[in-house]
Design a protein around this ligand. Structure first.
Ligand code: NAP
Length: 310
């Protein structure tokens, strides 16, 4: 029987996904009808971006699962009309992109690249940075993205500490968990990378108390979510020098409003939620595999725990 798949995302994404997703579904041996429009009562699966027009799932009476195109699911986990399983995106391309972005921004701060490249004022600034082995890095969030970044930074020589909700053992990485583990992880964090999801429990993870734990002049890199940081506390910590620089890719309101003080703060780098994108070819293979699993009554990959919010 033909499987009806609704692609519920913005039109620009439909044009990039239609061909690779059709190919991946064909390669997975699925008899499918993939469209950007369907009568709701005919839909078996929704490939979903949380900013799509579909916000009420009630009319989708034969829906079997929602397959999110993004890693972050905070805009859908609380949707009470969604009663079928929700899978999030874990994509090799997304992971690779995040690791490259995190490594790049970590090295920028570690090496002091701004001072050496941009100092076109005739001053011969020869500040020798320490080697990576002497620059402790902490990553909050040791999931799909955090672990990949941790391994890459560790391979570059950084002593990496990672913090997560549950205990973990990861070769070469110092791991911690729980509230006490957070404070210990922050104490050594000369560079701090945030890769936690946006859930009620992670709101304002960086606040006046936690920022004060960090070494003076530490750098914060946030490709996770804007809600992880108390903006006013960060601005105060930047003004006092407690935090030396913040590179921020995600914000409570996006695009970041023109009036927001982050734009003009000399110790803040704003990037436009560009750290990493789901890549159509690799992501399509994950979606096709989940449709195949759904049709074979096998457990779906990357299911979201709606109660935990990620
Ligand atoms: P993930 O695999 O779900 O990993 C989340 C990690 O956070 C896990 O290690 C989890 O701990 C930990 N965590 C969750 N709640 C916690 C809590 N209350 N206390 C301590 N640790 C907690 O997610 P992912 O795929 O790595 O993605 C992480 C986030 O990156 C996404 O949610 C999204 O917000 C963001 N993102 C941003 C971009 C961008 O372009 N800026 C792109 C993609 C993703 P456990 O391991 O113990 O469960």
């Amino acid at each position: 029987m033909t499987v009806n798949i609704l692609f519920a995302a913005t039109p620009d994404r439909w044009s990039t996904y239609q061909a690779p997703l059709s190919k991946a579904l064909t390669d997975a041996g699925i008899d499918f009808d993939l469209r950007a429009q369907f009568a709701p009562s005919d839909v078996d699966y929704i490939v979903y971006a949380p900013n799509s027009d579909v916000q009420d799932f009630t009319p989708y009476t034969r829906l079997k699962a929602v397959l999110n195109l993004w890693a972050g699911v905070e805009n859908i986990t609380g949707n009470a009309t969604l009663t079928v399983p929700l899978a999030r995106m874990v994509d090799a391309g997304l992971k690779q992109g995040m690791t490259e972005w995190v490594a790049g921004h970590t090295l920028r701060h570690h090496l002091g690249l701004d001072a050496h490249i941009c100092g076109q004022d005739g001053i011969w600034r020869k500040d020798i940075p320490p080697l990576a082995q002497d620059r402790p890095v902490t990553i909050l969030g040791l999931g799909e993205l955090g672990q990949d970044c941790a391994r890459a930074l560790s391979t570059l020589g950084f002593p990496v500490t990672g913090w997560s909700k549950s205990p973990k053992i990861i070769n070469g990485i110092t791991t911690r968990h729980g509230p006490k583990g957070l404070m210990q992880s922050l104490k050594t964090a000369e560079i701090l990378i945030l890769l936690l999801p946006d859930t009620p429990a992670t709101q304002d993870t960086l606040n006046p108390t936690t920022l004060a734990q960090m070494p003076r002049g530490a750098v914060i890199i946030n490709p996770g979510r804007g809600s992880l940081i108390d903006d006013n506390a960060l601005l105060a910590a930047l003004d006092s020098g407690q935090i030396g620089h913040a590179t921020l890719d995600v914000f409570r309101t996006e695009p970041l409003p023109a009036s927001h003080p982050f734009w003009s703060h000399p110790a803040v780098t704003v990037t436009p939620h560009i750290a990493s994108e789901t890549r159509p070819v690799t992501a399509s293979q994950i979606i096709a595999e989940n449709v195949r699993r759904g049709e074979a009554n096998e457990p779906l990959l990357h299911l979201v725990d709606r109660a935990q919010g990620y």
